[in-house]
Design a protein around this ligand. Structure first.
Ligand SMILES: O=C(O)[C@H]1O[C@H](OP(=O)(O)OP(=O)(O)OC[C@H]2O[C@@H](n3ccc(=O)[nH]c3=O)[C@H](O)[C@@H]2O)[C@H](O)[C@@H](O)[C@@H]1O
Length: 312
């Protein structure tokens, strides 16, 4: 059993991670400022003897005694992270500094939830970890992309300078139950729109691609990465290489939900990446991991969740 800190622990991903860590017998301290996280996501854990929930913003220092840290805190949907971009950069950069400082003091192993957005709008396809990316440093997405890139820099400098035991995973478009209905990301948007019979909003012409990883697969990769040999820092891509256009995703969601929503086309957001697909050879080799859940199966689970949430 380890004492484990999960920042952003009441978020969509964080709450699934807390479930898994408790099931594995760990003692979990869940920290969240509830900007995009929600108490509802962890309500079922509040009476668990090894679960503790704390309202805290990682841009401020935190003094606790833990052995493992998963640093997930940061709004992840483009709509949310662009709402207060200065705070988004602070969350990634000051949050990383504070959590790395904590890890250094208590000699904890620390994992950073990084993102495929460090590759920006990539001209290399699929993306391997060696690729340095193509990121606009001054655009609307930069608060997230550059914040997460700087967090990676801090992790590796703490590793080299202070011999910190770090792990970095780059997450590619994860989805699943407990996403917020107003999250703004494409999978939840399309499902909620289809369930309500509203128009499905395709940004641009819908030919841009993404590769979607179901939350259970992602959590398994988190756990394996945290347990990996000390010398293996990553960064390691975690995602499902199955690549789809947004038009294909919309049609899949519509066929699974039924109903009579129409597809409507809206302007493409600035700097929206054209294509994205993880090369997961490193995760397969070092973690013995690969995703198991096909998009259609993951979508069915997610649709069932939203159907119940929306009371339909
Ligand atoms: O998961 C990732 O790898 C990263 O990428 C995501 O960014 P993005 O891929 O743009 O995520 P979405 O907002 O879900 O958009 C995916 C695509 O669907 C499109 N979209 C989105 C919403 C919508 O209603 N309609 C629509 O066509 C977007 O323009 C984009 O091309 C999020 O920024 C991050 O959570 C994450 O770190």
């Amino acid at each position: 059993m380890h004492k484990v800190l999960v920042t952003g622990g009441a978020g969509f991903l964080g709450s699934h991670l807390c479930d898994r860590l408790l099931a594995d017998g760990h003692d979990v301290l869940c920290v969240d400022n509830f900007f995009t996280g929600s108490k509802r996501n962890v309500a079922h854990l509040l009476n668990h003897p090894y679960f503790e929930l704390m309202r805290h913003d990682v841009t401020f220092p935190l003094y606790v005694e833990v052995e493992r840290i998963f640093n997930l805190a940061c709004p992840a949907s483009p709509v949310h992270y662009q709402h207060d971009p200065v705070q988004t950069t602070k969350t990634s950069v000051h949050g990383a500094i504070n959590m790395l400082g904590l890890a250094k003091r208590v000699k904890a192993r620390i994992l950073q939830a990084s993102t495929s957005e460090v590759y920006g709008d990539p001209e290399v396809h699929p993306q391997r970890e060696e690729y340095w990316g193509r990121v606009n440093p001054i655009g609307f997405r930069s608060c997230y992309d550059e914040g997460k890139r700087c967090a990676e820099t801090l992790f590796f400098d703490y590793h080299r300078q202070h011999d910190l035991d770090i792990k970095v995973v780059r997450i590619f478009n994860t989805y699943g139950p407990r996403m917020h209905p107003n999250d703004g990301r494409v999978v939840s948007n399309f499902i909620v729109q289809a369930l309500k019979g509203e128009d499905i909003t395709i940004y641009g012409d819908g030919s841009q691609t993404r590769s979607f990883c179901y939350v259970d697969d992602l959590i398994e990769a988190f756990v394996r990465m945290m347990a990996s040999e000390r010398g293996f820092t990553g960064p390691v891509n975690i995602g499902n290489p199955g690549e789809f256009t947004m038009l294909a995703l919309a049609e899949k969601v519509l066929s699974l939900v039924g109903g009579k929503s129409k597809l409507v086309f809206r302007p493409l957001p600035a700097d929206d990446p054209r294509q994205r697909q993880p090369d997961i050879a490193l995760a397969q080799d070092k973690l013995g991991w690969q995703p198991k859940v096909a998009l259609e199966d993951g979508l069915k689970e997610t649709i069932a969740y939203f159907r119940q949430l929306l009371g339909g």
